[in-house]
Design a protein around this ligand. Structure first.
Ligand SMILES: [Zn+2]
Ligand SMILES: [Zn+2]
Ligand SMILES: [Zn+2]
Length: 684
């Protein structure tokens, strides 16, 4: 291969992952490429299981020698060769957690920045008498020293209470502890100097903890000396830069009025996932009963944090009050925030980083969301934007971004924003690869790869490769749709429906403006609108929970609505959203369409199972018994690495087969259960 080709292209030779039929192709670097084709045609196999896998394998090899132990475990994709690859980052549908604790702020990492901001410049207010307590943390003092006294000589002193004790006794005790000098008023004395022993009238007495020259190399030493000074000075210490001045600090937060004492203020005090910060009553969930539909916690009123954490303020607001602001309001808050020079120095970078993310969310059109909004209550489109904003704000360059259907859940009108951001990624010098059906994305990509001609075993061929102009002249399925020759047919006859209506009156949850809606029963009704218009709120937070409680007597939190009429005409409700499909590694097509329970009972009826008394559950990978317990039936083990995307490594005990050896020995028509699950739907 010529070097010039590798500079401009990623070259894939004979990719055979899953159903790919040994295809070879070139993807231009620094451009937007869309991989399209019918579902099951091998798009994800090519983009994620081949390109991304291999990219990640090499990426780790290059940058992280300490992670070498994992290398052999990352499976090499089935491909003859890939050249011209650079570090690869994937933005997948299943990226967001369904954890009820996740919020817009935690998912976007804005909350992590806020926690550090609050722990470094937050001002504690006594929760009992409302008095502001001035405390400086060790970190603040250390940072202050490093940024204000760099290169200067410095004494770190621990002030002592002046007692009636003879100096002679005190000095000999201090000498035994290893100290060498004291400062009495403005003079430094050696502890073995007899002169000060005759002093009877003085105003201040401090131990000289350390004498040093400030610089980054002395960082650890400064830290140790500060700690010792605080211990000896009972929470107080003095810095003496030897220019006649003294700077005094108080580290222990004790209220002067009522004696209330603040705990150590560190980032974990503001974490509702950490015992140090979580409200003890609701354990940081904000609700009791442990569900998002439960009752608001009476102690924290949903704020999830302990009272002390809520008593620390920046710009007059606690971290949970800040979280109740919308993204737009939060941007304004930080713009208007005034800080003193020390606070400014301590927090400027953190605030800039926070603002970067908030601005990105606002630009993507979700500036109306509050930071504390739980992720499970977002609509598909909102969730998608939050996820994209997080990824785009990493602002890396020279990497390959692989995105999985960024248009999913978005209104066509929102596509402009996504496309703008894809272009922005490209302009930063990245290669963007998108798995996508949406014509908007196809039309704005520089290069198109179409797989097909259909799904499963009949897919995996390269059907088209070229730019949009070439696609318009091509014969492929996608080309026919692009030219408008193929369309989703509009039915000529519409269903009449039952004649009954479901009526929602005065819906006003979230941003709904007290609207009234009539839905004809016995028909298919589509609720549409731009992201954030309130579609999910109307259906997911009002109608669905209402019907759940009306039809099944379930306890569900129903969003603000005046009245809903017509539920007497309904006897069942089923909620199908995008979520079950993103449950992760545990789902496969068989479990999703429900055939897996049939397969399991089939295996349990085989003679080999009957002899051992094995029931169908023995063949489940969702419960202990027959599954591999090292990977808990997942076949893969997740490895979390800081600063790197999470990686999946094949389980070494079961080799990715999910089951114990005994279970795998049971065969039906020559296949064991793991092999049955790997069969394509056609063969099974
Ligand atoms: Zn107080
Ligand atoms: Zn609580
Ligand atoms: Zn295993």
């Amino acid at each position: 291969m010529y070097r010039s080709v590798l500079k401009d292209f990623i070259v894939i030779e004979e990719a055979k992952t899953h159903n790919l039929k040994g295809i070879s192709l070139r993807i231009p670097k620094g451009k937007i490429t869309t991989i399209t084709g019918p579902s099951g045609s091998g798009k994800s196999s090519l983009a994620f299981d081949t390109l991304y896998m291999e990219g990640q394998r090499r990426y780790l090899e290059c940058i992280s020698p300490t992670l070498r132990q994992f290398f052999e475990k990352i499976k090499r994709p089935e491909v003859k060769n890939i050249s011209g690859l650079s570090p690869t980052i994937s933005i997948r549908q299943a990226g967001l957690s369904r954890n009820p604790r996740s919020t817009v702020a935690t998912i976007t990492e804005v909350y992590d920045f806020l926690r550090i901001i609050f722990s470094s410049i937050g001002r504690p207010i006594c929760p009992y008498c409302g008095l502001e307590i001035s405390i400086t943390s060790l970190e603040q003092i250390q940072n202050w020293i490093l940024s204000n006294l760099d290169g200067r000589r410095l004494l770190i002193l621990a002030p002592l209470k002046i007692e009636n004790r003879p100096l002679k006794d005190l000095f000999s005790d201090l000498l035994k502890e290893g100290f060498l000098r004291v400062k009495i008023d403005n003079n430094i004395f050696s502890l073995d100097d007899p002169h000060p022993l005759n002093l009877y009238h003085f105003d201040s007495l401090s131990i000289v903890i350390d004498r040093l020259i400030v610089g980054e190399r002395a960082e650890n030493r400064i830290r140790d000396s500060l700690e010792l000074a605080i211990e000896k000075g009972d929470g107080r210490l003095i810095l003496d830069p030897m220019d006649g001045s003294e700077i005094r600090f108080n580290v222990k937060g004790i209220c002067d009025k009522c004696g209330f004492r603040f705990p150590h203020i560190g980032p974990s005090l503001f974490s509702f996932n950490h015992p140090e910060g979580a409200c003890p009553r609701c354990k940081g969930l904000g609700v009791i009963d442990g569900s998002i539909d439960g009752q608001l916690c009476p102690e924290c009123r949903g704020a999830r944090l302990k009272e002390v954490a809520r008593s620390i303020k920046v710009g007059g607001k606690s971290i949970n009050e800040l979280g109740d602001l919308s993204i737009k309001e939060c941007i304004r808050f930080f713009k208007e925030l005034t800080l003193d020079p020390l606070e400014e120095r301590l927090s400027r970078n953190l605030i800039d980083e926070t603002m970067g993310r908030l601005n990105m969310l606002d630009e993507l059109g979700v500036g109306y969301l509050t930071l504390n909004r739980p992720i499970p209550t977002l609509s598909g489109g909102e969730e998608q934007k939050v996820r994209i904003a997080t990824q785009l704000s990493y602002s890396l360059s020279g990497v390959i971004y692989i995105l999985d259907e960024p248009s999913m859940g978005l209104h066509p009108k929102d596509m402009d924003i996504i496309i703008d951001n894809l272009r922005r990624l490209k302009d930063k010098g990245n290669t963007v690869i998108v798995v996508e059906h949406s014509p908007e994305v196809l039309l704005s990509s520089d290069h198109i790869v179409e797989l097909g001609p259909s799904g499963g075993d009949k897919g995996g061929y390269l059907v088209f490769e070229g730019d949009i102009k070439a696609l318009q002249g091509a014969k492929s399925l996608t080309a026919q749709y692009i030219r408008g020759e193929k369309k989703i047919p509009v039915p000529r006859k519409r269903r009449k429906g039952s004649g009954n209506w479901l009526t929602i009156l005065g819906a006003s949850e979230n941003n709904l403006k007290g609207i009234d809606i009539k839905i004809p029963l016995g028909t298919l009704t589509c609720v549409t609108g731009v992201a954030g218009a309130g579609k999910s709120t109307l259906i997911g937070q009002i109608l669905y929970p209402f019907l759940l409680s009306r039809l099944y007597g379930k306890k569900a939190k129903i969003g603000k609505v005046k009245r809903i009429e017509g539920s007497e005409y309904i006897d069942r409700i089923i909620n199908i959203d995008q979520r079950p499909l993103t449950l992760g590694t545990r789902s496969n097509p068989a479990t999703l369409v429900g055939v897996f329970s049939h397969i399991r009972s089939l295996f349990s009826r085989l003679p080999a199972s009957k002899i051992r008394g094995w029931k169908g559950s023995r063949f489940s990978f969702n419960q202990p018994g027959g599954r591999c317990e090292l990977c808990k039936g997942e076949g893969f083990i997740k490895v979390n690495m800081s600063y790197l995307p999470e990686i999946l490594i094949r389980c070494e005990r079961c080799n990715g087969k999910r089951y114990t050896k005994e279970i795998l020995d049971v065969r039906f028509k020559g296949y064991n259960i793991s092999e049955i699950l790997d069969l394509t739907v056609d063969k099974a």
